[in-house]
Design a protein around this ligand. Sequence first.
Ligand SMILES: Cc1ncc(COP(=O)(O)O)c(C=O)c1O
Length: 318
Amino acid sequence: MAKSAPFVWLDGKLVSWEQATMHVATECVLRGENVFEGIRAYWSEAEQELFLFRHADHIARLRQGAKIMRMTIPYSDTEIEAASLELIRACGYSGQVHYRPVAYFDMGNLTDYLPSEIRTGMFILAFSMPTTKAVHEGVASCVSTWRRNSDLASPSRIKAGSNYHNSRLAYIDARLNGFQIPILLNEAGKVAEGPGACFMMVRHGKLITPPVTADILESITRETLIELARAELGLEVIERDIDRTELYICDEAFFCGSGHEVTPINSVDRYEVGDGKPGPLTRRIQKLYFDVVSGAVPQYRHWLRPVLGGAARASAAE
Ligand SMILES: Cc1ncc(COP(=O)(O)O)c(C=O)c1O
């Protein structure tokens, strides 16, 4: 059953879920010609407020991807933020929200259209999306037989809809083989990332993650955790290539991303990671992450943008 939402923001205005349709001949539908973001908004019980997490950084990445695609997004940062807030408020969510601003190409002339020859539109989807069971319990992973998109073919640095054909192939293959989330290697045979999240492991007390040149998405969560691990946990963080066999002997491992948050990896290819349960450092990183995203750590409040601005408190007091 597909997810649904009360409203969608489509090309400048809110429309109902049923009205949010697009012609089958658009490049967006035909070839997945779009660039998008997946951002979470977190509910703070203490403040009765919903906070967008690192919205501005996500939009900067959206523009970076659009630039590589030679796509001009027809809305300013202020307009995209206002549209996101308008949509989330209209949907009336109060728990965790996952929203997706998407810039897309409309109808073109076969595949060789110039950006000036095609309309670029934008839509935003917002769903209620609580933290999954996998975040609490961890997942069984495997090394995918599929390789991550190369920077020289369909760059993983761009969060483009079309890149997710690669993710889906890896996902389905893993599931059919009894695993939950695969790890993709790049063309060089080094660890790249998961289908929708970056990868981190702990070896000898150090946090290790592939560099941004390993055919990965430049993840906002990855960057967040690197900063938090260094500043708040005093951990040494190393960005370097990771070999396949290191996955089998690391002490802890997890996926990180806006959607997957911090998802522990319990095993890879049926080799247990540590003792086969979410590790202690992973748990500390998870706790810190959830504290930061919900506004409980004052020095990181600059990453948050309130959605309701006291509206929820006011209506609760009525
Ligand atoms: C392929 C891929 N890598 C990494 C990530 C994590 O990126 P972020 O932390 O910015 O959500 C995502 C998630 O959106 C993704 O789809």
